[in-house]
Design a protein around this ligand. Structure first.
Ligand SMILES: NC(=O)c1ccc[n+]([C@@H]2O[C@H](COP(=O)([O-])OP(=O)(O)OC[C@H]3O[C@@H](n4cnc5c(N)ncnc54)[C@H](OP(=O)(O)O)[C@@H]3O)[C@@H](O)[C@H]2O)c1
Length: 296
């Protein structure tokens, strides 16, 4: 459980000459992890979570595109323009997490990525390490990959350095003997999709209570469909992506919410750097009887 303390002025030099984010709004009474001063300066204040928590982090264009389509690998970087402030926030959110949860589509689309704080913001590595020590987290968050098919690129550097691969019985059979020795397979159900509640229960049993998901859109659809997402961090990148007839999904794929199942949110905080917005939302809990939420 995070401590609740009043906001206080932050000190410290931001790592690697990162320009601090400007805090535009923050709801009172937020949990605070007491970030190392350099991180608090760069983030424009403290950050924390009430645990257990499942929080997502995405970057989207102004017109709501999060992926440019299968022919463009690593499209998140294209959408963010590799903005250093976005990479810092990505690193900071990873540094707070016990586990980073992704779908196999994101793994396949991002061939050289590693889902660690240092990979996206190496200049803050010592400060991320200090934060993880203070939170009594392992040196790095555990990568968790969800796949029904078991069709994952076993040569991927993120798998080579060790991950938990959650799959169905059929998928686990397909993975048998193919994964690097550093990986563990979690068999969490039959059929074409795993119940994400089962996956999260297994993660909690491993002691993982701060779970960051970096998507992609289909995994977010499954998490929202089961009412399991607590918070969303969304970077709005000041770019228009556009669409022709190719698939360019928004944040959620495979699940329709409006008009019958609206997922209303509350804004927790808003930060800015240049023309980028860094928004943090809390998902409201649906009414148990019908999955509907009251409008704001
Ligand atoms: N802008 C951003 O911030 C951002 C963030 C993340 C990803 N992306 C982009 O999104 C694109 C990928 O989109 P996507 O929707 O395909 O990604 P995804 O959600 O990461 O992957 C979908 C795949 O994950 C597995 N999966 C998801 N939920 C599952 C469940 N409940 N049970 C079993 N398996 C499950 C399935 O794998 P199998 O097919 O193996 O069964 C499914 O086909 C990429 O272009 C990526 O770059 C953008």
């Amino acid at each position: 459980m995070a401590e609740h303390t009043p906001t206080h002025p932050v000190g410290g030099t931001p790592p690697g000459f990162l320009e601090p984010l400007e805090l535009l709004y923050e709801e009172a009474g937020q949990p605070r992890f007491r970030l190392p001063p350099a991180l608090a300066t760069a983030y424009g204040g403290d950050l924390g979570f009430t645990l257990p928590c499942v929080y997502a982090n995405f970057v989207a264009s102004i017109d709501g595109v999060v992926a440019l389509g299968p022919e463009y690998p690593s499209s998140g970087s294209a959408i963010s323009g590799r903005k250093s402030a976005d990479r810092f926030v990505m690193g900071l959110l990873r540094a707070c997490a016990d586990a980073v949860l992704i779908g196999a589509g994101t793994l396949r689309a991002t061939p050289r990525h590693r889902w660690t704080p240092d990979h996206v913001c190496p200049q803050a590595a010592p400060d991320f390490a200090e934060l993880r020590r203070s939170l009594r987290r392992a040196a790095e968050p555990e990568l968790v990959v969800v796949t029904a098919s078991g069709d994952v690129p076993t040569e991927h550097p993120a798998l080579q350095s060790g991950a938990l691969v959650a799959s169905t019985v059929d998928g686990a059979r397909r993975l048998d003997g193919r994964l690097p020795a550093a990986c563990t397979v979690l068999t969490a159900g039959e059929g074409s999709a795993l119940r994400m509640a089962d996956v999260l229960a297994a993660l909690h049993a491993h002691g993982h209570t701060a779970v960051l998901t970096e998507g992609g859109p289909r995994l977010i659809g499954h998490l929202l469909g089961e009412g399991l997402l607590d918070e969303l961090f969304l970077t709005t990148s000041p770019v228009l992506a556009g669409r022709t007839d190719t698939s360019r999904p928004g944040l959620i794929a495979g699940l329709a919410l409006l008009p019958n199942r609206p997922a209303w949110t509350d804004l927790i905080s808003a930060r800015r750097q240049d023309s980028y917005l860094f928004l943090r939302y809390r998902l409201r809990t649906p009414h148990a009887h019908d999955g509907l939420q009251a409008a704001p």
